[in-house]
Design a protein around this ligand. Structure first.
Ligand code: 26Q
Length: 767
């Protein structure tokens, strides 16, 4: 794209005049934002058009979630015009920073949705033809505030400032039919700019509308109520993102969303194939599809249905499906593996259900043990099994995770079809997660090894000879980032965090398996230890949390309350003020993450081993030069391989140990033997912390009572956690500590999303 400051300003001015009858000096922020974004969009159309029709095989990334974050800065960065735009605006007295108020596009919950966003950007940057297909939720993930320490949820009106980075493509709309309802699916396309390479990918998000636009003639004939009801039911489908992460809710509306997404996408693709005069029997030569977890797996029977409607036999259609579909699993949590009631599914989508039955019958003909391999059993449809049976490749998202899939979760499937299973370790885009969020550190790296690492992250290894020289400037950069974060937290949360404190950070969705509770208990232990003098010389530390809890997840919400109560106790105590600070930031999202990740000293990745499929936050911290305090879980294992275990702080039961421990585990016995832990735990129930609703008591009971107390071994891992955590905090500040940080940075190359998408392209998509 050619960028000329004058032309860009002229175009922005023109749009401001035409659309808002104003000019650059008088425009409101959102007017300027829309005009500027549209001006940039206009300059990119030629590249976008060229990238779409290059005749190569393309992959469709089907995902219920795309957690894109704020588009404007990333787009300008990738187009190579971020600084030009900043200067152009400054020359007319405006500030690019004004757009920090634009809402994130939070059409995702957490890891899975953010991964999809990183992969789109990386694919464009690697010129891999990948298109995202998703849902244009009217409301994304809820906005979170705290009231009295409890989480409150508000609707996320992400379109409030407009959506200048999308274009509506009415002519590509299709009709999606359910047994009881027909709706129109209208696509909105968002360009995905490759990093300074002219490539532009597409994210196509479908919006649901009434089949016929609101019709005043029939309204006058008193059929208006019917129309209005139809309109209401149609818009309901993509009203809101389900706010669950790693847990399944069996709501029929969710199934409607899933079918809406895949049916619209596949109809669109099949129609284009036909328009181009292609034989659908060879679809796999031109297309493939990546199923992002089970949520879009209903695409398999839908494509079977569509192909059969085009005259293919079941066997022909099945053959095509086995060559176009691939499936990524993101979780081994039993409660997240999607299953649907067969009756409910066949009521809503009878023809689609027929295809699932046909798959089950085909599986039975293959002479496999029906106790072990099944798609439908006891009137339940197992979506992961359907995905594995039909897909060409099935992948886990980190080595340890793929091994667990092979040996446990999908053991019987692996025994039957070993060639299907591959590992592709997750990655993150270094553009958003270093160049954009930490420009000073990026500049320091450029100074040492040049800029080729922007698109070839393995080059970071070349930093190794310079690490000692980098300690001083790295410290200074981190110090500045910490100051900025402290100011932001002061403004938004009202909590003072002295920038010279250690910033110990745990940010991610709230889930019991991620064990924010373990972190919280350690803080209680530090607090009491400092108070009663058993801990002398505690290094001043701020414990920073950020996390949203699914609105229906009682225990997760109880942990938020607990940490907010601990924050009130600790921050209100003058005696510990020189040593301790606790803050739970509100509404943690992609934009908040960008500010936090570059300012952290310790990255807490403390899930129970075997539970976190990969984690990607861990990679973001590593790339910004942060040591991990973590368990041998998910990608932490590979982080240690790349950066050296001795440069991180590893503790806790290993995945091999967990099963054995659980067999004879008695948490109350362990608590009795550890007075420090006992003191911390007792604070949950002895009135130290206020517990208006009794939820802290319930938390306490989840660790101590019931048929499976302390499912996630918080008590078991407590002593080792505290030991290693104290070691990390003691080491902080020395040159050796900063060398460890920098060795993590130098070893982060493997975790580029460029490497991940290239592996998909080669091993899975065959592009
Ligand atoms: C399913 C059915 C009904 C409602 C909700 C869901 C649902 C929604 C979201 C189930 C699971 C999810 C999200 C899972 C997820 O984010 N998994 C994470 O994926 C990351 C990317 O691979 C990994 O790094 C994380 O370890 C994993 O937890």
């Amino acid at each position: 794209m050619k960028f000329e400051k004058e032309e860009f300003l002229r175009e922005t001015e023109r749009i401001l005049e035409a659309e808002y009858a104003t000019d650059v000096t008088h425009a409101q922020k959102r007017e300027l934002y829309n005009a500027l974004s549209r001006a940039v969009m206009g300059m990119c159309y030629p590249d976008w058009r060229a990238s779409r029709s290059d005749g190569r095989k393309r992959c469709g990334y089907f995902s219920a979630e795309f957690l894109m974050g704020r588009a404007i800065y990333n787009n300008l960065l990738n187009l190579g015009v971020l600084e030009d735009c900043r200067e152009a605006l400054a020359s007319v007295g405006r500030d690019l920073g004004e757009f920090e108020e634009v809402e994130d596009a939070a059409l995702g919950n957490g890891g899975l949705g953010r991964l999809a966003a990183c992969y789109l950007e990386a694919a464009a940057s690697c010129k891999i033809p990948l298109d995202g297909y998703g849902i244009r939720y009217r409301y994304g993930l809820f906005r979170q505030t705290f009231e009295g320490g409890y989480q409150h949820e508000e609707g996320d009106d992400w379109l409030k400032w407009g959506d200048p980075w999308s274009v509506c493509v009415e002519r590509d709309s299709v009709i999606v039919s359910f047994a009881d309802q027909k709706v129109r699916a209208v696509p909105y396309d968002m360009p995905i700019f490759g990093y300074r390479n002219g490539a532009v990918g597409t994210l196509r998000l479908w919006s649901s509308e009434a089949v016929q636009p609101f019709d005043f003639a029939s309204f006058n004939e008193m059929r208006g109520e019917i129309k209005a009801a139809e309109n209401f039911a149609a818009t309901k489908i993509c009203d809101v993102l389900y706010p669950n992460d790693n847990t399944m809710v069996g709501k029929i509306l969710r199934l409607r969303q899933q079918y809406f997404l895949v049916s619209a996408s596949l109809q669109d693709i099949v129609r284009k194939e036909k328009e181009e005069g292609r034989d659908l029997r060879t679809l796999y030569e031109r297309r493939c599809f990546q199923l992002n977890d089970t949520h879009p797996v209903i695409a398999i029977p839908e494509l079977l249905r569509l192909l059969r409607a085009e005259g293919l036999s079941f066997d022909e259609a099945f053959g095509v499906c086995t060559r176009v579909f691939n499936f990524t699993n993101h979780t081994i949590m039993a409660e997240a593996l999607e299953k649907w009631d067969a009756l409910a599914l066949s009521d809503l989508l009878p023809e689609v259900y027929e295809q699932i039955v046909a798959c089950q019958q085909r599986l039975e003909r293959e002479d496999v043990d029906p106790q072990k391999l099944f798609i439908i059993r006891d009137n339940v449809v197992h979506m992961a099994n359907l995905a594995i049976y039909v897909s060409s490749k099935v992948n886990g998202v980190a080595e340890i995770h793929t091994n667990i899939l092979k040996t446990e979760t999908f053991r019987d499937w692996y025994a039957q079809y070993p060639e299907k299973f591959v590992n592709i370790t997750n990655g993150i885009t270094p553009r958003r997660w270093l160049l954009l969020n930490n420009p000073a550190l990026a500049a320091l790296i450029d100074e040492k090894i040049g800029t080729s690492w922007h698109t070839d992250l393995k080059q970071l290894r070349k930093l190794e000879p310079y690490l000692s020289d980098m300690v001083a400037p790295f410290k200074a950069i981190k110090g500045e980032n910490k100051k900025k974060l402290a100011a932001y937290i002061k403004e938004h949360e009202g909590v003072d965090i002295p920038p010279h404190f250690i910033f110990d950070v745990q940010v991610k969705r709230l889930h019991e398996y991620k064990r924010q509770l373990l972190n919280a208990l350690s803080i209680l232990y530090f607090y009491f230890g400092i108070k009663d003098g058993t801990i002398a010389e505690f290094p001043p530390t701020a414990f920073i949390f950020g996390a949203k809890a699914a609105p229906g997840y009682y225990m997760a919400k109880a942990v938020i309350k607990l940490i907010n109560e601990i924050a009130a106790l600790v921050n209100g105590d003058e005696e510990v003020a020189p040593y301790l600070r606790v803050v739970f930031v509100q509404n943690y999202n992609v934009s908040y993450a960008e500010k936090i990740v570059c300012a952290a000293d310790v990255s807490e990745q403390i899930s129970l081993a075997g539970m976190e499929a990969s984690g990607t936050g861990n990679m973001k911290f590593m790339l910004n030069g942060t040591v991990t305090l973590g368990t041998m879980d998910g990608a932490n294992v590979e982080i240690c391989e790349e950066a050296g275990r001795e440069n991180n702080y590893i503790f806790g039961a290993t995945v091999e140990e967990v099963a054995a421990i659980r067999r004879f585990y008695c948490p109350s016995e362990m608590t009795e033997q550890d007075p420090r832990l006992k003191r911390a735990l007792t604070a949950l129930i002895d009135g130290t912390l206020s517990d208006e609703t009794g939820s802290l008591k319930k938390l306490y009971e989840s660790l101590t009572l019931g048929h499976m107390p302390d499912r996630y071994l918080v008590i078991y891992d407590f002593a080792d956690y505290v030991r290693v955590k104290e070691e990390a905090l003691r080491d902080f500040g020395t040159d050796e500590y900063y060398l460890k940080c920098l060795k993590n940075l130098a070893g982060a190359g493997k975790f580029s999303a460029d490497r991940s998408v290239s592996e998909y392209a080669e091993l899975v998509w065959k592009i």
